[in-house]
Design a binder for this molecule. Sequence first.
Ligand code: COA
Length: 442
Amino acid sequence: MSGSVKLARQKNTMNNGYDHIKWFRDASPFINSHRKKTFLLYLGSQALQSENLANIIRDIALLNSLGIKLVIVHGWSGLLKQASASIEENAWSKFLDGIIVPDLLEASVNLIAGTQSQLLSKLSAGTPSSSMYRSDLVVTTGNFIRARPKGIINGIDHHHSGLVRKINRTALTQQLDNPAIVLISPLGYSLTGETFILDPRELAAEVAAVLKADKLIFFVANDGLLDPEQQLISEVMSSELTGELLNTEQAILQAAKKAIEQGVDRCHLIGFKRDGALLQELFTREGSGTQIVQHSSIRVRQATASDVPGIIALIEPLEQDGYLVKRSRELLESEVHHFTVIEESGIVVSCAAIYPYGDMAELACLATHADYRDRELGDLLLEAVTNQVRMKAIQKIFVLTTQTDHWFIERGFATDSLDSLPANKRSFYNYQRNSKLLTKHL
Ligand SMILES: CC(C)(COP(=O)(O)OP(=O)(O)OC[C@H]1O[C@@H](n2cnc3c(N)ncnc32)[C@H](O)[C@@H]1OP(=O)(O)O)[C@@H](O)C(=O)NCCC(=O)NCCS
């Protein structure tokens, strides 16, 4: 019996086990970068009715077990017609204008409470076959939202339609630190003890802003935003959300814009129909949907000790292929202050190091992750490190390379004799590696 288990394991390793291991390794920079971050997830009524909801819930539980603080805001309005077939016509037409008349209040509250309860039960499942097994996942709900009436606008009474008046940030953060998933329904309570129905997308944006959430994630019907040729847009600045792009629910895009203006780092639009879209967006470099950001998500900056794992993940495959000299973790930790990195969405995608040698400086360990090549990141990094060298009043830069000499030559470097190397570098020259020396006067 034990022999057959062993055999099955070997077979699995030979077939596709390595793919899983590689995927897991590639995901590790994202796992590190997301830990302890706050993500707000918005599940609208279409997502709640989707066949893929069970998978989404499982993936939410997985995020929770990776130490991500999660708030879920759910919608409901698309469920109303089915739930209360006998809605009076006047109440229905008011509802379509965003007005909750008194006759509709009870049905709306019941529907929202029922939706909340269904989500709670789904989040509480934990059969041995699910990723929620033994997760000890805790979900909290509560009166975190203080509301006020929308009131009378242009002479029209909005009755029980409300606006957010105050969000109890302290109570929310306490729950998230617990750590519990916080489930928020689009209901708010006024100081007078009345219940108001809130727009769930606006509510999601406001809660995300109050919590200074790192991500606000909307599940949408498409994979994300599509351009006029129906191609997926992977990143867009919030200022570029123009009419041509607006093929997703307007209210969602408005909420995303508002959240970003109020300090939420980034919003994501992810398809709710596709199994694994959430994990693909959060743990792979290519993502699955659209990111909405305030500024371009590319940042060039000095590396710090916390970048060492990201730099290792970037350069290890290039060391194995002989492009770069092997550097141990200890060496990188002691030399990380020599490195400049380009990060995109918090992940190190490109790096280079500068080592001064008297009146010369060595450019070393220049690398761009394979998925990010040919986007001029190498050029951007070369420009950044060249400026650093100039600031040190150094006039000449050199690089030792085995396979990339043409890249440097096309950027103004020229082949040079090894005699030009600074003496203390020359004594360490690796004749077996036989690198070419290229130099450039600045
Ligand atoms: C060299 C490297 C850093 C360039 O990164 P990048 O971010 O893609 O750089 P850019 O986008 O600015 O440049 C891309 C251009 O360089 C070209 N290029 C890439 N590798 C090249 C090489 N070995 N020789 C010549 N040209 C090369 C690409 O074809 C592309 O050309 P194009 O603009 O005509 O399409 C990247 O290819 C890399 O990491 N290579 C492996 C590590 C390495 O060799 N490092 C140098 C060690 S000293």
